[in-house]
Design a protein around this ligand. Structure first.
Ligand code: GLC
Ligand code: MG
Length: 387
């Protein structure tokens, strides 16, 4: 399932739309803060799980539009599809498990009898998920009747209302909560249960996540009434679930701090990050690319001194290999970077690193592999190795 040797320190299970992704922030600043934090302290010992209502098609679309990290696990279509890693390999066993007492044709037949249910786009109709739009004031009644009819026809389903507009019909055994429970069971079976689990959400289809025992939960400040009402009714006295005062990804960072789940200061939150103590090699690389971003945006002083820190940290023998496989000495690379000062001034230019991994190969020599993404309006990946 993953290549961690030990139990993950932290497993973050986050919804995407209006939780990890703030659609009201075109600059994606809080997500970028989260990304730096994750890559610095968590990538190599923890698990990142995205749990979204989106189908694979529109999840992939989102990844081309927003600076999303590559998660270890992607749960899509409201907990009906689970995939692993960058290659997004499907969990077939999960598909089989949720197929019991599910019959898509019967769901389509019964839902067609409700003229108020408007079918969502073709991409959002999945093997174990049939989705509609319906007005809020009609939803509760329809859900009651539909559930009864489907049960009468021998199906085990659940009907979930989200975003004040979307209605999903799924197998009862599916949903974001059951998918997480399944993942946790698998980790437990291999003796690698995560030390802590934090779930993060904003809407109706996330309620499921908050019902699991022994988890921490954060509802973002912008959470919808449907989730808040569920919480008020069912989990008000649970001290491990809280309603953040922060929006989206900033709420996730706040929760890490509040529950003491690990480091919570992102390199992006430091003005003078280049002078800060660095506690691990990922931190060094994250800091360098943050400097690189600010250097190109002309947000740091154009002085020899600003670059000097990195010149002294990177070994004179260090090598840099870019995604074309071209090798360069690190010092030479720094000289090249020096020449880019301010070339991205007043643009949307941002840099974030993804999937950092490192290995110590000598007393003070490290190989660090990571993906570098750049945003200039458009996103493109780039692969580098630093030694
Ligand atoms: C996402 C999906 C949609 C679903 C909604 C709520 O927006 O694309 O099909 O109905 O989440 O779960
Ligand atoms: Mg959401």
């Amino acid at each position: 399932m993953d290549c961690l040797n030990d139990s993950p320190n932290l497993m973050i299970v986050s919804d995407l739309d209006n939780t990890m992704v703030d659609h009201d922030d075109p600059e994606n600043l809080d997500m970028l803060r989260f990304n730096s934090l994750w890559e610095t302290y968590y990538r190599q010992n923890s698990l990142l799980v995205f749990s979204t209502g989106r189908s694979p098609t529109i999840y992939k679309q989102l990844r081309t539009m927003k600076p999303l990290l590559t998660p270890d696990i992607t749960v899509m279509s409201v907990g009906t599809e689970i995939t692993y890693g960058e290659s997004m390999e499907q969990d077939i066993a999960w598909q089989q498990l949720i197929s019991e007492n599910w019959n898509r044709d019967i769901v389509c037949e019964e839902t067609a009898k409700f003229p108020d249910l408007v079918l969502q786009s073709e991409t959002e109709q999945r093997p174990h998920k049939v989705s509609f739009y319906v007005e809020k004031y009609k939803a509760t009644r329809i859900m009651e009747i539909l559930l009864k009819r489907l049960e009468e026809r021998g199906l085990d389903v659940k009907i979930i209302y989200s975003n004040g507009i979307a209605l999903d019909v799924l197998p009862k055994a599916a949903g974001k909560g059951n998918a997480l429970e399944y993942l946790l069971r698998t980790y437990e079976a291999s003796g690698k249960s995560p030390k802590n689990v934090l779930v993060c959400g904003d809407s109706g289809n996330d309620t499921d996540l908050f019902t699991l025992p022994k988890i921490y939960g954060v509802m973002v400040s912008n959470a919808l009434e449907e989730l808040l009402q569920w919480h008020a009714k069912n989990a008000k006295n649970n001290p491990n679930i809280f309603h953040s005062s922060e929006r989206c990804a900033a709420a996730i960072i706040q929760a890490i701090d509040k529950f003491g789940l690990g480091p919570h200061i992102s390199a992006r939150d430091m003005d003078d990050f280049s002078l800060r103590e660095v506690d691990n090699v990922s931190h060094e690389v994250v800091n360098f690319y943050l400097f690189y971003e600010r250097w190109r945006r002309a947000e740091v002083h154009r002085s020899e001194q600003s670059l000097a820190r990195f010149k002294s940290v990177f070994s004179p023998l260090g090598i840099f290999v870019n995604h074309f496989g071209t090798e360069q000495s690190l010092q030479q690379y720094l000289v090249e970077v020096q020449g880019y000062y301010g070339d991205k001034k007043r643009t949307q230019f941002r840099v974030w690193l993804d999937r950092i991994s490192s290995a110590q190969i000598g007393v003070d020599t490290w190989v660090v592999k990571f993906y570098q993404w750049e945003q200039t309006g458009k996103i493109y990946p780039c692969f580098l190795i630093v030694m």
